[in-house]
Write a protein that binds this ligand. Structure first.
Ligand code: ATP
Ligand code: MG
Length: 449
């Protein structure tokens, strides 16, 4: 992408009402724009990151056996009356009437709708297990929308729903999602710790929140330090096999949010040097809730003996529009964002120090074509602007590598590569730049961890 033809409205000033680093940086880097309280437009740079986050989520959901579909944002109130949640949900639900004065709502979640889809089509035990998911906008009229897209009113959620014949089978579905989540966050460069959680209005008796530690996080959390560097289940994990050893290994270490923590249990089960008490951001939440929806909504299948069985369900959420700021909270410095390669809006930026100079333009255009051909996701700063402004922008928007070409280096046949994370600079022959960048970037894509 040529920056001269892109839409990147960076702000010079620090927005006053943005309280945390990720919110400030998303506004300054021209990633999002607030349209009203808790409602955001995703501008091109932000949208590109969001799409990379979504793609990782989709790949790991699919790998675990979940199947993607898409349900509408607007739902009929009648469905929610069937489960009893239409009245129970309260003011967080945005209620709407159509021109015929029929009651609708903007979905805050989709348990009822997916249960309706399930009961309409699935009739036999032979069709189970089944896990269906979508990535769709949700609306919750939060009392305090804040921190930008971290806690907004309209936000994206990946929500998956599992259907099984028994609790035992449903726990296996839960374990598959648990492992898929560990892999999902790791591919984004994040350490997200599964913690025992309250089930809240979704209901049920088995639940974990996935928490990224951050000082700006909204919840206090307590866990065993050894969870922070546990190896992630690899790509070739058999999702059709028994995942309970992985699940038990992770959950054998103490980890709980403030709603669930039992301080005496925490202190008894974790030695003092391993105790972490910190703040964290909830980036995912998984639940097993049995027949809470299938029972009132009559989602049943015929079992092997011909008897009707009410299915056991679970639901599994991840917030992509919250993950983007969570990643920034984990990866930034005084100059701006420092994206992990796997979610960076561009993997490298080619900086032409003297746009308009024939030799520089020719060398940069040729190199840009080669970098694209090598499969690198490139931004090309071809604007007619001073070097200082170009470096400031590149640092602010956090592109992992800068490849810099200027008149002096060009005479010597040389380019410079700057590593955004470490500030390290290396000079190399222009002819070696493509291979060098490829070598740096490819292993960090984490497509095969
Ligand atoms: P929280 O406790 O932060 O209010 P929740 O428990 O209401 O979240 P869930 O119903 O578990 O959220 O939703 C699943 C995921 O959706 C959360 O883990 C989070 O990543 C995301 N999410 C929930 N609410 C918001 C919001 N207001 N803005 C952005 N993302 C959200
Ligand atoms: Mg929650």
């Amino acid at each position: 992408m040529r920056l001269s033809r892109y839409f990147l409205p960076v702000l010079r000033d620090v927005p006053k009402d943005a309280e945390i680093a990720s919110h400030r940086l998303m506004l300054r880097a021209g990633m999002v724009r607030q349209q009203a309280s808790g409602l955001y437009s995703w501008l091109p740079l932000g949208y590109k990151v969001l799409m990379k986050v979504q793609k990782i989520i989709e790949e790991e959901q699919n790998r675990s056996g979940a199947i993607q579909l898409l349900m509408p944002t607007i739902q009929s109130a009648d469905l929610w009356r069937e489960s009893g949640r239409y009245d129970a949900y309260g003011k967080e639900m945005l209620r709407i009437q159509d021109r015929h004065e029929r009651d609708f709502l903007f979905g805050p979640t989709n348990e009822e709708m997916i249960t309706d889809i399930f009961r309409s089509y699935v009739k036999s035990y032979k069709d189970l297990p089944l896990n269906l998911y979508h990535i769709q906008w949700k609306f919750r009229d939060e009392v305090r929308p804040r921190f930008g897209t971290m806690r907004s009113r309209e936000f994206l959620m990946k929500d998956a729903y599992s259907f099984d014949l028994s609790k035992e089978e449903a726990v296996k579905a839960y374990e598959r999602m648990f492992v898929a989540y560990l892999r999902t966050y790791a591919r984004m460069g994040l350490t997200a710790i599964p913690m025992r959680a309250d089930t809240g209005p979704i209901g049920g008796d088995l639940s974990h929140e996935f928490i990224v530690l951050a000082d700006t996080g909204e919840s206090a959390v307590f866990c065993d330090k050894r969870l922070l560097d546990k190896p992630i289940p690899p790509q070739d994990t058999d999702f059709r096999g028994d995942l309970s050893p992985i699940f038990e290994d992770w959950t054998s270490h103490y980890a709980a949010t403030e709603d669930m923590v039992d301080m005496s249990e925490f202190e008894a089960s974790v030695s003092e040097e391993n105790r972490v008490s910190a703040r964290g951001i909830e980036v995912g939440h998984i639940f097993y809730f049995g027949t809470k929806y299938s029972e009132p909504m009559k989602a049943t299948v015929t079992g092997p003996d011909g008897k009707e069985i009410t299915v056991h369900m679970g639901s599994y959420g991840i917030g992509p529009t919250r993950l983007v700021p969570a990643i920034i909270e984990a990866f930034h410095d005084d100059d701006g964002i420092v994206w992990p390669v796997s979610v960076a809006p561009f993997e490298a930026v080619l900086i032409n120090l003297k746009a308009g100079d024939d030799a520089c333009d020719a060398a940069c255009d040729a190199l840009y074509a080669e970098l694209n051909a090598a499969g690198l996701d490139m931004l090309y700063d071809d604007r007619d602007q001073g070097a200082g402004a170009k470096f400031t922008t590149a640092d602010l928007i956090g592109i992992p590598y800068q490849i810099i070409i200027g008149p002096r280096g060009l005479k010597a046949g040389e380019a410079e590569i700057k590593h955004r994370k470490t500030g390290e600079r290396e000079t190399l022959p222009i002819g070696e730049a493509v291979a060098r960048l490829k070598g740096l970037i490819e292993p960090q894509r984490k497509t095969d961890i």
